[in-house]
Design a binder for this molecule. Structure first.
Ligand code: SAM
Length: 286
């Protein structure tokens, strides 16, 4: 099949279908076939793969995914786009369109699947919530390839000491092997976005460094709100532990008394959380 929509074909389709582009849903459509092929080569798709595609849009990735994989579940929130997707791809037996918000997929849904690959040119405003969502279902995922705003992708893979280092970098580092694998120029999308994009490849670790723990996820933004402050003062302020007790804890873990939050390795932050969780009488909600 060759259903790829170049910019010219896509604009014709918008007119013939009387379709408005919804900026509030982050709609920027990929209109460069070479960029599409290069991007998807990083997903190493085979006929065994079950794919979840987030936001198929008008099908720029979907066409390739249908052809190369065992089957595709496309999650699209825009009804009008769903009608067009059904017209274009509804007759393929290995394509299932799910007309819903991807973030609403829950345990009941995911339990029907063994292992899937999660792929998408994500709406920029939703990229971090999407990553937090897929982190909950990592045991069901063999790989994820997500196109996101460049600055957001840099946050995902940031290391201690970097200004982008934060909760999402820590979680991705503890549960996955994640890398930026590809940069996409603005003009491969229509309408052209104001920001650069990168593709992030996320491979869940066979043995995650920690178990999924909701309270730890809540702990991270609490301490990162004070990322530049000294750790001792931050923990003292939030958890009402005495400075003396905190110094004992951080010495035990092997962290320097002068460390700042943003300098700590993910594993050290998790150890710190465990100790604070045992000792603190006050553990504020996020
Ligand atoms: N994949 C298409 C492409 O590359 O040309 C479209 C990408 S566009 C950046 C993002 C798509 O995600 C849009 O089609 C938008 O309607 C859809 N979308 C936005 N929020 C969504 C959500 N919560 N769940 C599923 N799809 C969503």
């Amino acid at each position: 099949m060759d259903k790829f929509l170049t910019k010219k074909k896509l604009t014709e389709l918008l007119v013939s279908e009387n379709l408005d582009i919804k900026k509030y849903l982050g709609q920027h459509f990929l209109v460069d076939r070479n960029a599409r092929d290069k991007l998807l080569s990083f997903a190493e798709i085979s006929k065994e793969d079950v794919i979840f595609e987030i936001g198929p849009g008008l099908g720029a990735l979907t066409e390739y995914l249908i052809e190369k994989s065992k089957c595709v579940y496309g999650f699209e929130i825009d009804n009008h786009l769903c009608k067009i997707l059904n017209k274009r791809f509804g007759h393929y037996k290995n394509f299932n369109l799910i007309e819903t918000d991807f973030l609403q997929t829950d345990e009941n849904f995911w339990r029907n699947f063994e292992r899937v690959k999660v792929i998408g040119n994500t709406p920029y405003y939703l990229s971090s919530p999407i990553v937090f969502h897929i982190l909950k279902f990592l045991k069901k995922i063999s790989l994820s390839l997500l196109t996101v705003q460049k600055e957001v992708g840099e946050k995902f893979v940031a290391h201690p000491g970097n200004k982008n280092y934060g909760p999402i970098s820590i979680l991705l580092s503890l549960y996955t092997d994640s890398k930026i694998c590809y940069s996409l120029k603005k003009d491969v999308f229509f309408p052209k976005p104001e920001v650069q994009s990168v593709a992030v490849k996320i491979i869940p670790l066979e043995q995650p460094k920690i178990e999924v723990e909701k309270k730890f996820w809540e702990f991270l933004p609490l301490i990162f709100n004070n990322r530049r402050k000294k750790l001792v003062n931050v923990i003292n302020k939030i958890f009402k532990l005495s400075k003396e007790d905190i110094i004992k804890i951080i010495n035990k873990i092997g962290i320097s008394e002068n460390s700042r939050v943003e300098e700590l390795e993910p594993e050290k932050i998790y150890q710190l959380y465990q100790m604070v969780n045992i000792q603190a009488t006050v553990f504020p909600e996020k």
